[in-house]
Design a protein around this ligand. Structure first.
Ligand SMILES: [Fe+2]
Ligand SMILES: [Fe+2]
Length: 300
């Protein structure tokens, strides 16, 4: 008899996420029912299903972004903002394969070859993504290596530190929650977001390699689907930890993105020029050969 799967995870003291296989998701305050009657008070112990696991993961993401949504900065897009985003994209990609392999070898030691194999596969898939960001920077006339050697966007730092720390844990299952957060957010980017960036760039310049591959048009959609299937197959304790980390990573990501988006274009240009030790090959808001072009601000 196929009973529908219900999963639940307490993500903060007073919020649990409950998700059904059918796709229903809701937030619950533990103890919100008559004492001793709350069926979600104790951690879940049963098997997962793709339908309920994705509900928990996306519920955690939404919760993490919910608070900041009201005060989210929405500046006009600029090339300077895009260059900062590319530097951030480089830093969130460059150590990913090494970090994932470190977590994989720990799971091998722990006698969990299926988790190790999943992380190894992810490490292979993510290899070379930092190069895409560097190529995009070069395409824009920015000395990419020099920029990333001297500059990491302040809002991106805590995110990188979080992933480093998660992959070095004795039981590094949280690394999957972090990866889900980044990939799911990237997979939300649409063709129109890429076109907006292309419109900012000089004619004939292809500076959207990283963005394309980390969008709904690239491999992120498959990565996200595979991760959902894999997380659903994990034991309940692991699923709980992954969902909790998805929430924590979303909080850090939302704070960090907002921090960067709130900066003025002049402040961004100053930071970038200090890092490369020369002026950028364009004036604020434009390219020398182009007039002013504006559209929606992307984050790579
Ligand atoms: Fe990637
Ligand atoms: Fe990916």
């Amino acid at each position: 008899m196929g009973r529908s799967v219900t999963e639940w995870v307490n993500v903060t003291g007073d919020v649990s996420i409950i998700a059904r296989e059918s796709g229903e998701v809701w937030f619950h305050t533990p103890g919100d029912t008559k004492e001793g009657m709350d069926p979600f008070a104790a951690p879940m112990t049963g098997a997962g299903s793709a339908g309920s696991t994705v509900g928990l993961l996306d519920g955690a993401l939404n919760l993490g972004f919910a608070e900041i949504e009201k005060r989210l900065a929405r500046p006009d897009p600029t090339i300077a903002g895009y260059v900062v985003a590319l530097a951030g994209a480089y830093h969130t990609s460059v150590d990913t394969p090494r970090n994932l392999r470190r977590a994989a070898s720990r799971f091998d030691e722990l006698g969990r070859p299926e988790v190790a194999a999943y992380l190894e596969e992810r490490a292979r898939e993510e290899t070379g993504h930092d190069r895409l960001a560097l190529k995009d920077l070069h395409a824009l006339g920015v000395p990419g290596e020099r920029l990333v050697a001297n500059f990491i966007p302040e809002g991106i730092k805590p995110l990188c530190q979080r992933f480093d720390a998660l992959c070095a844990e004795d039981y590094p299952i949280g690394s999957i929650g972090y990866s889900y957060c980044l990939e799911r957010i990237a997979a939300l980017k649409q063709k129109s977001d890429i076109e907006t960036v292309q419109a900012l760039c000089p004619d004939g310049v292809d500076a959207t390699r990283f963005l394309r591959s980390h969008s709904s048009l690239g491999s992120e959609v498959t990565h996200v689907e595979e991760t959902i299937g894999f997380v659903a197959s994990l034991p309940a304790n692991d699923r709980i930890r992954v969902v909790q980390e998805t929430y924590q990573s979303a909080l850090i990501m939302a704070e960090g993105y907002n921090h960067e988006l709130l900066k003025s274009e002049a402040a961004m240009i100053e930071e970038l020029q200090r890092a490369i030790g020369e002026t950028l090959p364009y004036r604020p808001g434009s390219y020398p050969s182009q007039g002013e072009k504006r559209g929606a601000r992307p984050a790579a």
